[in-house]
Ligand binder design. Structure first.
Ligand SMILES: O=C([O-])C(=O)C[C@H](O)[C@@H](O)C(=O)[O-]
Ligand SMILES: [Mg+2]
Length: 431
């Protein structure tokens, strides 16, 4: 049978997904967060799924980039990427330097395009795999492991969103001190079997966060631990934390903001540094690697530009002797499946990947992906191996349609102002 894998239609559906009140250095997560669900439909009726950020700046680009995909074959990804630079990006969306207002580093025109292209790429690979009867990992050269290990992503957290704020309830309880963090870690371990723990820091003064990591080390001896204050500390504070926690940390993640500060910290401590803030584009690699500023790059296929770029990044890291693992923002099961397929193909993945998925009680899939022993099994079913639940998609899209605009762009500082009207995103270094 000859298949026609020409893209006939791209469906773009923004949704709002429930999110618990997770604290970070900028504020707190809003009760709902935007994501974009991508469906690529081929002329012969195969549908591939993708997912990426759903904030307005990404939605603005998604239509024009999807238009460039229509009429191409799903296998013509290089052609799509080559042409994507012709799609204009509103200059008000671009910051050439490390964007303190975001937790994912610089915001360049290219990175915005790549963040959308990644959703289209994943959907094309899913469609291609479904059509050929091959899993996505096979299209990427084949898996080198059968399961991908993830770490428990611990957050300081309120028990619920503030009174008067419309929100879904969650059953995780509050975590605002070392005992609360340990209790949360136990729940992660019991529910999902995670054995690595990452604490999102930059929320409380460093001594409180040091105490929380010490409590984790006492409760889970020998388990890999990480602390990530999203660049909230000065070089001197970073060095002090590294000194105090050096014996229990697997790595310290973005203690200080930007490559020069990270290089200074790295030069004066033996604790490995990881980043998803100072190496977030190919252009940033040269300076960071030649200055030995980071020892582990946390890739994120969304903003690096997809699964093939993630493999390329892993190859560059390998060449420089730099470790690689994965960063995560709030995401749904389509992205977890995509992360798992690409991670399965990367040799030398020595650190458990991050995932927000356990925090998401809602999904657009007929069946949620499962963590067993802290890992997700690599699917050998055609494509990503996940199915869209159209009713769930319609429900979460309805929530997006009904929103007055206040939740369509993630704003953790705005959410914090519900309890602290004077709150502004703190300047860094904060401590
Ligand atoms: O640095 C990181 O790992 C992140 O920025 C991950 C997420 O953005 C997390 O901090 C969040 O959503 O609050
Ligand atoms: Mg990080």
């Amino acid at each position: 049978m000859t298949r026609d894998l020409t893209v006939a239609e791209v469906r773009l559906t923004p949704v709002l997904v429930a999110d618990p009140p997770l604290l970070n250095t900028q504020g707190v997560h809003q009760p709902y967060t935007p994501r974009l669900i991508v469906e690529v439909v081929t002329a012969d009726g195969t549908t591939g799924l993708g997912e990426t950020y759903g904030d307005t700046k990404y939605l603005e680009l998604a239509g024009p980039l999807a238009d460039r995909l229509v009429g191409r074959r799903v296998s013509d990804l290089n052609g799509l990427f080559a042409e994507a630079g012709e799609v204009a990006v509103d200059s008000s969306r671009v910051f050439g330097q490390v964007d303190v207002g975001g937790l994912r580093g610089v915001q360049t025109a290219d990175k915005l395009r790549l963040s959308v292209l990644s959703g289209l790429e994943v959907a094309c690979l899913d469609a291609l795999g479904r059509s050929l009867g091959l899993p996505v990992h096979a299209l990427l050269g084949g898996k080198v492991r059968d399961a991908v290990e993830y770490s428990a992503y611990l957050f300081y957290k309120w028990a619920g969103h503030p009174d008067g704020v419309a929100a879904e309830k969650d059953d995780w309880g509050a975590a605002l001190d070392p005992a609360g963090v340990v209790e949360q870690a136990r729940a992660f371990k019991e529910r999902y079997g995670f054995t690595s723990f990452k604490l999102k820091g930059g929320v409380f003064p460093p001594d409180e966060e040091i105490a929380a990591v010490r409590a984790l080390a006492a409760a889970f001896p020998g388990h890999p631990l990480r602390l990530d204050p999203n660049g909230a500390w000065s070089v001197e504070t970073s060095l002090r934390v590294a000194e105090e926690l050096g014996d229990v940390l697997e790595y310290l993640e973005d203690p200080a903001l930007g490559t020069p500060a990270m290089a200074e910290v790295a030069a004066r401590t033996g604790v490995p540094l990881a980043t998803n803030m100072c190496v977030t584009t190919f252009a940033e690699i040269k300076e960071a690697f030649t200055r030995d500023a980071v020892q582990v790059v946390l890739s994120d296929h969304h903003y690096w530009g997809g699964l093939r770029h993630t493999q390329q990044l892993a190859a560059v890291c390998r060449a420089f002797g730099v470790g690689v693992s994965m960063h995560s923002n709030t995401h749904l099961g389509i992205s977890l499946a995509a992360m798992t397929h690409v991670a399965a193909t990367v040799p030398g993945l020595h650190h458990a990947c991050d995932s927000h998925y356990p925090w998401q009680s809602e999904d657009v899939l007929t069946e949620r992906l499962a963590f067993e022993g802290g890992a997700v099994r690599v699917s050998d079913a055609p494509g990503l191996g996940v199915e869209l639940d159209r009713d769930r998609l319609a429900l979460l899209h309805r929530r997006w349609l009904d929103d007055d605009g206040s939740l369509r762009d993630r704003d953790d500082a705005a959410a914090m102002r519900a309890v602290d009207p004077d709150w502004v995103t703190p300047a860094v270094p904060r401590w």
